[in-house]
Design a protein around this ligand. Structure first.
Ligand code: B12
Length: 461
């Protein structure tokens, strides 16, 4: 069969015509691991092609027998549009990834098949059933304790387009997370479990990878003993990599020094909030905000730069959260920021809570991209939250701040970390300018400067 795998992209960044230029934001694109794994699971007698709409034009008229689309919530409307177009032309459409896994009933209104959970346990069966004409509407699979059926992803699809990604070499050591943070989709998807890959398989993949790559894990130190064994084995390989982890990396001197010696030069950490009350309400009290300064310093002093994930709009946040967060980010020397406006993703406990309390003001999934305010916050208006988040982003990524930060990182963490921080900063700056969002600090602005409708519109679903 002719199988077409698609990663949709949102309106602002999609390639809308053949040969249209690709926006210069490689730093915000990583290899499309879910679909390259789906491709690798496909038996050789099928013909597979893969399109990432962020870097290539998708021709909706092209022939296909089966169309598989991977999508998160913000991209669901585009995924539904694509599926319906291919469906009208007789292709069998299959939905996979976070949004369909957490919202299978909704996805099934637009797709022939919803493959929840992991492709390793469903994809080959789906293809056999399509060929036999006996396919079902729902398939589901979650991993056993050990993730051992994961094939080596088919990265050859990126031969032409590889330059548009920070790396086409994303490697996983495990999936999922044991924590129960209320806002998190990972914990909802993997049902509070963490699954590791056999260490020798990971090492083999790392050996075959170029010098610079990325561990795509949500928490590379989820099992510290496993991580230490991995890092020890990696020292002689002389690779350089970045990843994500919890702030607990700072608490184990041996782990921290092994991570650096194994080639780690940057980590993304879910700092989330500088308010202890917020962390506790989200069941992420283990972060312990009082120790942030100390722990971030320890990580940085080991030559590892820190990118922070922060959320604004939590229940204890008032209009001062934006300038306080900016101050914190500056003082800790954090190299890059991924800011999220609190977004209760459908399928998480937080979504249910907000829905029950009538605090969701928009059910337009395209706005669930962490950049739009879709909730009614407790201690400010939705407009203040939106404007403050835009302001914080624009301030953090002011050109003088990007340069000063990168210089400090060059002196402390080293040149590679500084280069990453600089490129990421410039990419974010470019996005902010293109989107034209500069915001106003609501703690300092007179109310009328932030446009406000007469009353917030509470949406229903
Ligand atoms: C890389 C990544 C990206 C990349 C590209 C996405 C991609 N698919 O490659 C980029 C940088 C573009 C990106 C952007 C964003 N991302 Co993102 N991203 C990730 C990340 C870190 C890794 C994805 C990955 O490679 N996973 C490893 C692979 C193996 O797992 P997988 O993709 O789930 O695939 C498996 C199954 O889901 C299934 N499967 C997947 N697709 C398909 C398709 C078919 C046909 C089948 C059968 C099966 C199948 O099989 C695969 C193998 O088992 C995930 C976190 C995570 N752990 O997955 C977040 C994640 C997917 N992102 C998320 C979010 C929110 C965003 C952003 C909004 C965040 C932001 N502020 O930038 C934006 C989206 C912008 C928008 N318009 O909405 C959320 C999604 C939440 C949700 N409920 O939808 C996640 C879960 C992170 C999180 N902590 O919450 N992201």
């Amino acid at each position: 069969m002719k199988i077409l795998l698609i990663l949709p992209a949102d309106d602002d960044w999609r390639i809308k015509a053949p040969n249209a230029p690709v926006p210069k934001r490689a730093m915000l694109r990583f290899s499309v691991l879910g679909l390259t794994i789906v491709a690798a699971l496909t038996p050789g007698d099928h013909e597979v092609s893969l399109i990432d709409e962020n870097v290539e034009f998708l021709d909706l008229e092209q022939p296909a027998d089966v169309v598989g689309i991977s999508f998160m919530t913000g991209l669901a409307p585009r995924a539904y549009e694509i599926a319906e177009r291919f469906n009208q032309r007789g292709a069998v459409t299959v939905a996979g990834g976070f949004h369909p896994t957490l919202n299978p009933e909704e996805a099934s209104e637009h797709f022939d098949i919803v493959a929840s959970g992991q492709a390793e346990g469903t994809w080959r069966q789906i293809l056999r059933d399509i060929q036999a004409g006996t396919f079902k509407h729902f398939y589901h699979s979650l991993p056993d304790k050990e993730l051992s059926q994961t094939p080596v992803p088919r990265r050859e699809f990126f031969k032409q387009s590889g330059k548009h990604y920070i790396t086409t070499h994303a490697i996983e050591t495990g999936r999922g997370c044991r924590h129960r943070c209320k806002f998190c989709s990972i914990t909802a998807f993997y049902k509070h479990c963490h699954h590791k890959r056999p260490l020798d398989e990971v090492i083999k993949e790392v050996r075959d990878t170029p010098k610079h790559f990325m561990f795509i894990d949500d928490n590379i130190i989820a099992d510290p003993e496993y991580a230490k064994r991995l890092f020890r084995e990696m020292i002689s390989l002389k690779k350089r990599w970045i990843s994500q982890c919890s702030i607990m990396l700072a608490d184990d001197e041996e782990l921290l020094s092994l991570a650096y010696r194994a080639g780690c030069r940057g980590v993304f950490i879910g700092i989330e909030s500088i308010s202890e009350k917020n962390l506790e309400a989200m069941e992420k009290g283990f972060n312990d905000s009082r120790s942030y300064y100390d722990r971030i310093r320890r990580i940085r002093n080991h030559g590892i730069a820190v990118q922070a994930g922060m959320i604004v709009g939590l229940d204890n946040d008032d209009t001062t959260v934006f300038e306080n967060s900016l101050k914190f980010l500056q003082q800790t020397g954090i190299g890059a920021l991924q800011l999220a406006i609190l977004t209760p993703q459908p399928g998480t406990p937080l979504h249910e809570e907000f829905k029950k309390n009538g605090r969701i003001i928009s059910y337009e999934w395209r706005k669930y991209d962490y950049r739009h305010c879709v909730i009614s916050p407790k201690k400010m208006t939705p407009q203040q939250l939106q404007s403050g988040a835009d302001w914080l982003y624009a301030q953090f990524y002011r050109i003088d701040r990007i340069l000063a930060r990168s210089l400090k990182i060059a002196l402390n963490e080293g040149l590679l970390a500084a280069w990453l921080s600089l490129r990421l900063g410039i990419t974010y700056r470019y996005s902010i300018i293109k989107e034209g969002r500069h915001g106003i600090n609501p703690a300092r602005a007179r109310k009328h400067l932030i446009s406000q409708p007469a009353a917030p519109v509470i949406a229903t679903q």
